[in-house]
Design a protein. Structure first.
Length: 104
């Protein structure tokens, strides 16, 4: 049995991940081509990004505690006021750093 060089294994892994990612995205487009876009489906798709953010951020915030909730609240306020995602993230990071520095 022949053992492959590490760079070959790495290249094959990268190619496999690339093909898998492409197939998942293409499969999503193919699947959605067969789903009628009713008003209900459209509302669900519009709400999906927010739901994903909450599903990702909330468990982390619960684990970290009050500091995370203060930072998230500051970022949310900035997002509502300025409609700028980058500015909201920077605000959240700054507030988190300040909250930790004062012991919250």
């Amino acid at each position: 049995m022949s053992v492959l060089e590490p760079w070959v294994v790495t290249l094959l892994a990268l190619l496999a991940m690339g093909v898998t990612t492409f197939m998942m995205r293409a499969g999503g487009y193919w699947l959605m081509a067969h789903v009628p876009l009713t008003p209900r489906v459209r509302r669900m798709l519009e709400a999906l990004p927010g739901a994903l953010v909450v599903a990702i951020v909330l468990p982390i915030a619960v684990k970290i505690g009050v500091t995370a909730f203060v930072a998230i609240a500051a970022a949310a306020v900035m997002m509502v006021l300025r409609h700028n995602g980058f500015l909201a993230v920077v605000t959240g990071l700054i507030v988190a750093a300040l909250a930790r520095s004062v012991g919250i």
